[in-house]
Design a protein around this ligand. Structure first.
Ligand code: NAI
Length: 334
């Protein structure tokens, strides 16, 4: 079967890692008709804003996108495109599997957890205003509808992927109404899934537990901001953002993306590591019902890491992006 996928190569190292992933998917024999979006630099030269360049409609049509990193300004500048796309397409569930990759140095072994983050509301609603000069207000929006929806997604995910335990993460001891509503919504859903153990932890304790003993976690269910922070913390325990995937899932549309940034310091040098985007592409292939091909790529990737001869600089090797990509392709089915 031929799939149509929107490709957002992204900024900085984005085009380099996207090309590597496309080559590997082609080599494994999955037929994809890529629909690349226009480069951001080119759009800016033409005075077109990326979010208004037809990208949302393009993704809605194909239903699936693979996305490289996009640069976002800090403090000033337009809102984040990443957040904009999630909102525009109602990609309410962010799925972040975190697992050791043999061959990558990390503080812990046997980490294997999945963080599910609510993606559409909380402080990311972007509702900020100046009350009077020197005083700003940022609104934390939590709704029963979104909390129930993400809870149901998490419990269904647990059943589908044979996970046994979910921790709901909160600060409802302080934010009794907002985080309180998140928790009560999860509790209601949890009663429908007696086969999945449900526990709760306050976010500060959950972070401490995460760095002391991450193997105790199976799945974590979080609001937007806590999920953003804790998923990067978890990634750090297994080697960082370069070796973990991410998926943003909605009812009919999904975007699979690398969670690292545009790496401006190494962009254009041909030394970027495509592993994170490749891992996200593996999740994408499973979503497209190409689980066998996904498994073959995953097997090759793990083997290349285990052998350790063709790794990029960020993970201790000296291979270029192309050498690493060639090694994965050579290793398919070996
Ligand atoms: P960054 O992730 O781009 O870079 C941090 C460090 O990690 C740099 O030393 C970089 O060389 C290295 N690195 C990152 N990805 C790598 C890869 N695939 N291979 C080898 N080395 C890699 O984070 P930074 O510098 O904070 O952000 C740069 C830009 O990226 C900003 O404009 C930021 O807004 C954007 N960004 C975009 C994200 C997204 O689109 N999902 C996520 C995070 C940042």
């Amino acid at each position: 079967m031929r799939h149509k996928v929107t490709l957002i190569p992204g900024d900085g190292i984005g085009p380099e890692v996207s090309e590597a992933v496309q080559r590997i998917i082609e080599a494994v024999g999955v037929s994809i008709e890529w629909e690349p979006t226009a480069a951001r630099g080119e759009l800016e030269r033409r005075g077109v804003d990326f979010m208004h360049s037809g990208v949302v409609e393009a993704i809605r049509k194909t239903g699936v996108a693979l996305k490289g990193p996009l640069a976002t300004g800090v403090v000033s500048g337009p809102p984040s495109i990443n957040v904009g796309l999630r909102k525009a397409l109602d990609l309410y569930a962010n799925v972040r599997p975190v697992k050791n990759l043999e061959g990558v140095q990390s503080r812990f072994q046997d980490v294997d957890m999945v963080l599910i983050r609510e993606n559409t509301e909380d402080l990311y609603a972007g509702l900020e205003h100046e009350v009077v000069p020197g005083v700003v207000e940022s609104l934390k929006i939590i709704t029963e509808r979104a909390s129930t929806r993400i809870a149901r997604f998490a419990f269904e995910y647990a059943r589908k992927w044979n996970r046994k335990k979910i921790h709901g993460i909160h600060k409802a001891n302080i934010m009794k109404m907002s985080d309180g509503l998140f928790l009560t919504s999860i509790r209601k859903v949890a009663t429908e899934y007696p086969d999945i153990e449900y526990k709760e932890l306050i976010i500060d304790n959950a972070c401490m537990q995460m760095v002391l003993n991450p193997t105790q976690y199976d799945m974590l269910l979080l609001t937007n901001l806590y999920g953003d922070i804790m998923s990067d913390l978890a990634a750090g325990l297994v080697g960082g953002l370069g070796v973990v995937p991410s998926a943003n899932i909605g009812e009919k549309v999904a975007i699979f993306e690398a969670v690292h940034g545009t790496a401006p310091d190494i962009a254009g040098q041909g030394i970027a590591n495509p592993t994170a985007l490749l891992m996200s592409a593996i999740l994408m292939l499973v979503y497209l019902d190409e689980a066998k091909a996904a498994g073959r790529i995953e097997g090759a990737l793990h083997k290349v890491y285990r052998e350790g001869k063709s790794l990029t600089r960020d993970v201790g090797g000296d291979a270029t992006t192309k050498e690493f990509t060639d090694a994965v392709i050579r290793t398919l089915d070996k």
